[in-house]
Structure formats: C-alpha cells, structure tokens
Ligand binder design. Structure first.
Ligand code: CP
Ligand code: NVA
Length: 326
C-alpha cells in the first residue's frame, strides 16, 4: 500500500499541480488514461492506497458531478475529503488567497479548487506547498477533459486521428478540449458564433503541441461544417456559471447552434454525442439527441469518478503509471 508519507519521497516525479490540462505534459495524458483504465479493471488495487491523506475542496461555484466524484474518489483512496465553501472560510471575510493557501497547506495533502478566475487558482497554487487541482474556472476545466478523452478512447480504442466537433461557446470546457486535442493527437473542430471564439493563446499553444502529436484544431462559425463526418459531437451550455446576466443575449447569438438530429445527421453514421453536463435541454441540445442512442453522456459522467480517482492517486504519489501499487 502506498502511504502519503512514502509518496513524499518521490515528490519530484509528480505533476506538481493540474491547473490546466497542458500541465500533464507530453506523455502525461496517455499515462492518466492508462492509469484510469487500470483503475477500472482493478479498483481494489487502488482502494485505500492513500490512507491517512486529506484533501481540501474549495467550491466557489455550484457543482454536482465534480464535487461528488472528487469526494467519492478521495474516500475510495482512503483520504479525508474536506469540502470548503468560501463563505465558510475566512477568505470570505477578506483573508488573502496567499494566506489561505499557506494555512491550508499545513493541514492538507492536496487542494482542489472550483472558482471564477484562472488567475485565482494559479495564485493559490503559487502560495500552496501542496498540489492544487483545478476543479473548474471560467477559463479551464481539466478534470472534465480527462473524462472526455477517457470516454473517447473507450469508444474508439484510440485518440489519435479521430475527429470531434465542439458546438457552442469557446468556454472553459472548450479550452480544455482544445488542449486535449493538442496532447492527444486528435482533430477538434470548434464551431462558435462570432464573438464567442476560444482564447487565441490557448489555441496557439495547443496547435504548437499538436505539431508533435498529429492533433488538429480547426475554428469555424458553421456548426454543419464542424460536424461533417466527425466521430463525436460535443456540446456545453451556452451560458456558463457566472454569466447568467448574458443569458438572453447568448440565446440569441447561439441560435442555430443546437445539437439536434439534423446536425447529428451531418456527422458519421455511428457518431456519438458528448456533453459535460449539466445540460440546458432545448438550448444547446435536444432531448432526442441527449436521450437518444448516440448519447454517451452518462458513461462520460461516470468516467469523472474514475479519472479523478486516478488523478488524485497520480498527483499525490508521483506514480503516474501505478507501478507502486500491489
Ligand atoms: N461537468 C461538471 O463539472 O459538472 P458539475 O458542475 O455538476 O460539477
Ligand atoms: N461551461 C460550464 C461548464 C459546467 C460544468 C460552466 O462553466 O458553467
């Protein structure tokens, strides 16, 4: 059994933080997928592997899947999960991010953070002496992307060379998928309305990485062009958490970007449908698609639990291949 005390002996080998998916590095994504596949085959090898550990979980936005999957993952590994809401912390009364991160590092072995600005999770990571995992910011959602690529790999046997269309907002989920395409060597076509494109810096970074992996990132304003012949169509909400005031303007801007049976018919005949959830049914996706035979959203949601269990194990032990498990 791997203990937290043993894990610190190999601290230099672990990915220090996961603030964006790119932090996994060139071979890290495949290592995480392989480790997750092993976890799904042999869950008992992981049970209690981090007994005695403690992981804090700051949730500054609502969450169903991320909170419950992370808490369950920690429990399965034998760790104490401590969910922290900012209004219950001194952070909510003006204690600085820096002081909060330093104090929490004295008690915990890792910290997951769901908040608004990516800069805040980076500030926490800079001040913390423990690994920090981004559990969603306005700009990134790396934990989601891990489950997404796990689902793609399970469905198609490989990431290399498959074609995926993301239809909607160039948001946090889209950014992490773009990084996944760069790391994993698949083609991602992103269709957004004008003005809702992904961050050009994230696209450029992923394209540079894709030169080594064979990945391709294509941007368009035409959902049908993006969906044409792809193996998977992906949707996320048009109005992300914190942008509710823009809801009406977004519904108008995203008209024509609903993933419906007609748009799915442009994709490969065997194409699957993915969605990070929660879904706003009737906006970005119709009931007929999300509840239809192409939908893999529940498999994708289940994979959140497995990928996050593997991620916590890898981050805390510096054993990304699981070689130290018995
Ligand atoms: N996909 C996802 O992150 O869901 P929650 O917001 O419910 O955590
Ligand atoms: N883009 C969505 C993802 C929710 C998991 C949001 O940030 O609200």
């Amino acid at each position: 059994m791997t203990s937290i005390a043993n894990a610190t002996a190999v601290v230099e080998r672990r990915p220090r933080h996961l603030l964006t998916l790119s932090d996994l590095g060139d071979h890290g994504l495949q290592a995480m997928l392989d480790l997750t596949a092993r976890l799904k085959r042999e869950p008992e090898a992981f049970r209690g592997a981090l007994a005695g550990g403690r992981v804090g979980m700051i949730f500054d936005k609502p969450s169903t899947r991320t909170r419950v999957s992370l808490e369950s993952a920690a429990w399965m590994l034998g760790m104490l999960p401590i969910v922290l809401r900012p209004d219950e912390l001194q952070l909510g009364r003006g204690e600085t991010i820096h002081d909060t991160a330093r104090a929490l590092s004295l008690y915990l072995d890792a910290l997951t953070v769901r908040t608004h600005d990516q800069a805040d999770v980076e500030a926490i990571a800079a001040a913390a002496s423990i690994p920090v995992i981004n559990a969603l910011t306005n700009e990134h959602h790396p934990c989601q992307a891990l489950a997404d690529v796990m689902t793609l790999e399970e469905e198609f046997g490989t990431l290399a060379g498959i074609q995926v269309a993301f239809i909607g907002d160039g948001d946090n989920v889209c950014h992490s998928l773009i990084q996944a395409a760069g790391l994993g060597g698949f083609e991602l076509r992103v269709a957004t309305p004008p003005g809702y494109e992904p961050d050009p810096a994230i696209v450029e970074e992923a394209r540079a990485r894709a030169l080594q992996t064979g990945g391709v990132i294509i941007l368009t304003h035409d959902p049908e062009e993006a969906a044409y012949g792809v193996e998977a169509v992906y949707a996320d909400v048009w109005t992300s958490m914190g942008k509710e005031a823009e809801g009406d303007a977004r519904r108008a801007a995203f008209a024509g970007f609903t993933v419906d049976p007609d748009l799915m018919s442009r994709a490969s005949r065997s194409a699957i449908f993915l969605h990070c959830l929660p879904a706003h049914r009737g906006e970005e996706v119709t009931d007929t698609v999300i509840d239809g035979p192409a939908s893999r959203v529940w498999k994708q949601a289940e994979n959140r639990l497995h990928t996050e269990t593997a991620l916590l194990y890898a981050v805390l032990t510096g054993d990304p291949t699981g070689e130290r498990l018995t």
